[in-house]
Design a protein around this ligand. Structure first.
Ligand SMILES: Cc1ncc(C[n+]2csc(CCOP(=O)(O)OP(=O)(O)O)c2C)c(N)n1
Ligand SMILES: [Mg+2]
Length: 557
């Protein structure tokens, strides 16, 4: 067996496990890996900041179900990457972050940029470790792929001491990883059928990861056969086609009150893949804790999530993919008594997600912009966003129709949209990729627009500029009306920013300017930014800042 350096062994393991892309910001701490990547058939995307690199890799994890791969340097590199690691944790996304590390013999002296990764990422990552011996790289990397993708997927952080990476070892490659699959038992499926037959007003809520296009198709067939209304969790709209008659909406921020009421009134809830955490549970108000107050069937790939918050009547430890396959064997009752329920819920969703009646102050109507995009965008367009009230336009009015079309952080991390779009376009150059960003959100990772230009990735970024950290201003006006503090922004010309980077820039101040600007952006063949200036009063599709302030002032008397 030939000896290889640690760097070569590591890159060979990535190839064994099917890696085709890696995102990085270079560091002198892992030159041996960069050198091994020089000759490998892995597309390396060099980024401008580790936060962006980690988010791009995380976006790959979301789209492929396989670990996104990110390389960063020690200390400041990996601390910059931490928002991407946190997103992968909260969003249950497989991600592996490799970190260059100081030489083994210098540990514990607080050497240059030294960090103890096990301690720092011990609670943020699913697993944080360090490889001390080049001969153990195949073992530890194989385990990292398994840990990242099995049970509830999540991030793994692996520190790579610089001297270990140049050490030679004669060791065999690992075999390709397989995530551990968990299947429902036949008896559990029989019990589920019994519960559904006894139900009066059931509905399903889909969330989490370990879904696939096929799993979604199977769930759709099941929903059709049972005439079951299907809602999705916060930022998980791609798990059920919004143009399907069984889809009744999402329970995220600012959820449709009619849907919230319907979920509360359901007697039987089939929760598949999700955890129903703070946001989708409407601040833990949908169900009782621990007794949910309905017949809850909870399906999750990690047994530790079953009964963690809500006590289910039936707990099924299975991945959504395996569970959806098993649903094919379930028989619906002969006469389904809840058909009208589904139709009412559907009608409520259609009314809620129709942007036509929405009128807001100012000359740029985002409702009309959304209506145009719904006409214009192909069903497989990938839509990305970070955090901010601007995202409501996308989440409420865009009809996600396919699996693999949504990149949005359930962790509510600002700055995600642009790097997610870059990552998505790198993976799917043939697909339309659109990022929504607020003026605050955009500049958190807007510099990755340079990465889009560098790799010739014509994404379209729609910057919704209201001159404020709007979400926080909204909360501020509710809690401390009229006392504006720490929420104002003075913004650059984002169209000029795009052009300065070598991209295409547009400025839109009036509704009728949007469509031609979007067409020109697409036609330019370049990464593009459409700078949309909206009135700061437009804080949600339903209310204004002044209305929120006045209501709060009145309440205070
Ligand atoms: C990394 C990060 N920092 C801070 C916050 C808190 N936060 C949530 S939304 C928001 C304002 C977003 O502003 P902008 O992008 O302009 O969108 P807007 O709400 O104005 O539409 C802030 C500061 C966060 N979610 N993430
Ligand atoms: Mg803003």
């Amino acid at each position: 067996m030939n000896a290889r350096t640690g760097g070569q062994i590591l890159v060979d393991q990535l190839l064994v496990h099917g890696v085709r892309h890696a995102f990085c910001v270079p560091g002198e701490s892992y030159l041996a890996v960069l050198d091994a990547l020089h000759d490998a058939s892995i597309d390396v995307t060099v980024c401008r900041q580790e936060g962006g690199a980690a988010m791009m890799a995380e976006a790959h994890g979301k789209l492929t179900g396989r670990p996104g791969i990110c390389f960063v340097t020690r200390g400041p590199g990996v601390t910059n990457a931490s928002p991407g690691i946190h997103i992968a944790k909260q969003d249950s996304t497989p991600l592996i972050v490799f970190v260059g590390q100081i030489e083994r013999g210098m540990r514990e002296r607080e050497a240059f940029q030294e960090l103890d990764y096990r301690a720092v990422f011990g609670t943020m990552a699913k697993w944080a470790t360090e490889i001390d011996d080049a001969a153990r790289i195949p073992e530890i990397v194989a385990r990292a792929f398994r840990v990242a993708t099995s049970g509830r997927p999540g991030p793994v952080v692996i520190a790579l001491p610089e001297d270990m990476l140049v050490e030679s070892a004669a060791v065999a490659d690992a075999l390709p990883y397989e995530p551990v699959e968990t299947h429902p038992a036949l008896a559990q499926m029989a019990e589920l059928q019994k519960l559904l037959w006894a139900a009066k007003a059931p509905l399903a809520i889909l969330g989490g990861t370990r879904w696939s296009e096929k799993a979604v198709e199977r769930f759709v067939r099941f929903a059709e056969r049972f005439d079951l209304p299907v809602a999705v969790s916060f930022r998980r709209q791609m798990l059920f086609p919004a143009d399907h008659p069984n889809y009744i909406g999402d329970i995220g921020f600012g959820a449709n009150p009619a849907l919230v009421a319907r979920v509360k009134a359901a007697d039987t809830v089939l929760l598949v893949g999700g955890r129903l955490s703070e946001v989708p549970s409407q601040s833990y108000s949908l169900f009782g804790i621990p007794e949910p107050g309905c017949t809850l069937v909870h399906v999750h790939p990690d047994s530790g999530e079953l009964g963690r918050v809500y006590r289910p009547a039936l707990a099924i430890n299975a991945s959504p993919s395996a569970f959806s396959a098993a649903l094919e064997g379930l028989q619906p009752p002969k006469a389904i008594g809840w058909g009208g329920n589904r139709e009412e819920a559907r009608a409520a969703y259609l009314a809620w997600s129709d942007p036509a009646p929405v009128r807001t102050p100012g000359t740029l109507q985002m409702g009309e912009v959304m209506a145009y995009l719904e006409e214009k965008l192909p069903a497989d367009a990938i839509m990305c966003n970070g955090a901010g009230n601007y995202a409501i336009w996308l989440h409420r009015f865009h009809r996600f129709r396919r699996f693999g079309t949504q990149l949005a952080p359930t962790s509510g991390s600002m700055g995600y949209g642009v790097p997610a779009a870059v990552g998505a376009k790198r993976l799917h150059p043939e697909r339309t990729v659109v990022a929504f960003a607020g003026d605050g959100c955009f500049l958190m990772n807007g510099q990755e627009f340079a990465t889009a230009v560098q790799y010739d990735l014509p994404i379209v970024v729609i910057v919704v500029d209201n001159g404020i950290y709007g979400t926080i201003r909204m909360h501020q006006e509710r809690e401390y009306p009229g006392r504006v503090s720490g929420t104002m922004l003075k913004n650059p010309d984002f169209a000029a920013y795009a052009r300065a980077f070598g991209g295409h820039g547009e400025r839109v101040e009036r509704t009728e300017e949007f469509a031609p600007a979007f067409e020109r952006a697409l036609a330019s063949g370049k990464p593009a930014i459409i700078h949309c200036l909206i009135d700061p009063e437009v804080i949600t599709p339903a209310t204004t800042l002044s209305a929120i302030r006045e209501k709060a002032l009145k309440a205070k008397g």
